[in-house]
Design a protein around this ligand. Structure first.
Ligand SMILES: NC(=O)c1ccc[n+]([C@@H]2O[C@H](COP(=O)([O-])OP(=O)(O)OC[C@H]3O[C@@H](n4cnc5c(N)ncnc54)[C@H](OP(=O)(O)O)[C@@H]3O)[C@@H](O)[C@H]2O)c1
Length: 335
């Protein structure tokens, strides 16, 4: 029988409830601990869980440092704000724990290189919980495009625009705020999945908040073969949040920039050319968890859906955008 991965959650974040629910349902993993900076908060999080009869009751920890020293844990899900992903991931790795870290993986490529290098040195798994990367339909969409469903793909646009003005974390530079590291990461992921990030130039424009994080931006990447990919994201404007790939024979539409569960291709007159449908997800987080479980069981530091080299390339692209915008975060120098 294969080993059950014993997991802990670092930070009783809003998103942690969805991950906990997924951990309680996915085979091969057990939620065994939750750490918060306050013990009562970790306990309240555990008390609110709907634990299956056969699941262990997770242990509450009142400090992250204490939980990562628990010798019974294999994997830690880090879901603190962006500026803490690097120190918290390093804390876990230094204590011999594999890590699944929320998006955006870290603030910059330098931090990502340091962390992925340490994971490899220690033979521990380190992955980014960017759930979009793990949907099974991705391969079908790529195949349809390669098979010429819309002819030769020339242009793509991906957007993620929501009004998150109530979310203080996203507006705070000290927490790694801004649309790029929260929403833009999905848009760039879609571009990476379909066109790659080997562009040879880009044009970008962004509006920064008074505190200096990006509120909205538009970027067009130009590829050596003439293709273009346009990324639009905002945290104060509402959009339709879809992905469109245009070719010379038609266009492909993915209705959700985050969850790739369906796609349709049409010709110029909007006649349906193809319809792709993936399995109905549970929460959508099950695929990234399954990838982490497989990698840990196989003794691998990375998973094929999101190898370390892609994690670093994403952050290099984000670094390049921020450089153009003049956006520096307080945590940038932290190494
Ligand atoms: N994959 C997805 O679909 C998805 C969706 C939303 C968010 N996310 C990502 O998940 C992470 C958390 O997002 P969230 O919206 O859930 O955040 P959140 O509710 O604000 O939670 C962040 C948690 O981080 C901990 N923390 C540690 N130091 C902190 C500090 N100085 N200030 C604030 N919190 C601190 C807190 O846990 P304790 O108080 O328990 O210590 C807090 O509950 C982010 O990286 C975000 O990008 C992913």
């Amino acid at each position: 029988m294969e080993k059950t991965i014993r997991a802990g959650i670092l930070g009783a974040a809003k998103i942690a409830s969805k991950m906990a629910k997924t951990m309680l349902a996915v085979d091969g993993i057990a939620l065994c601990a939750v750490a918060s900076r306050q013990l009562e908060k970790a306990q309240a999080f555990i008390d609110a869980l709907e634990l299956p009869a056969d699941a262990p009751v997770p242990k509450a920890y009142g400090s992250y440092e204490e939980m990562v020293k628990d010798p019974t844990l294999d994997l830690i899900y880090v879901c603190t704000p962006q500026s803490f992903h690097y120190p918290h991931t390093m804390l876990c790795l230094e204590n011999g724990k594999s890590v699944l870290c929320e998006k955006a993986f870290m603030l910059n490529a330098k931090q990502a290189k340091k962390a992925t290098t340490l994971a490899k040195e220690k033979g521990l798994f380190l992955g980014e919980a960017i759930w979009t990367r793990f949907f099974p339909l991705i391969e079908d969409i790529r195949k349809a495009l390669n098979d010429g469903v819309i002819g030769a793909p020339h242009m793509m646009t991906a957007s993620f625009c929501v009004n998150n003005q109530h979310n203080q974390r996203m507006y705070d530079p000290a927490l790694g705020g801004g649309a790029l590291l929260d929403l833009g990461v999905y848009v760039l992921t879609c571009i990476d999945l379909l066109f790659g990030l080997d562009y040879d130039s880009f044009q970008t424009t962004a509006e920064l908040t008074e505190l200096g994080v990006d509120a909205k931006s538009v970027t067009t990447f130009h590829y050596p073969d003439g293709r273009t990919a346009t990324a639009i994201f905002s945290m104060n404007t509402i959009g339709d949040n879809s992905v469109i790939v245009g070719g010379d024979q038609g266009y492909l539409s993915i209705p959700s920039v985050t969850s790739w569960t369906s796609a349709k291709a049409y010709d110029q007159r909007k006649n349906l050319l193809a319809e792709l449908q993936g399995p109905e997800p549970f929460t959508g987080f099950e695929y990234e968890l399954e990838a982490a479980i497989s990698a840990i069981r196989a003794g691998k530091s990375e998973c094929p859906q999101m190898p370390h080299e892609r994690i670093v390339r994403m952050l290099e692209t984000m670094d390049a955008l921020r450089q153009e915008w003049g956006m520096v975060l307080p945590g940038d120098s932290q190494l």
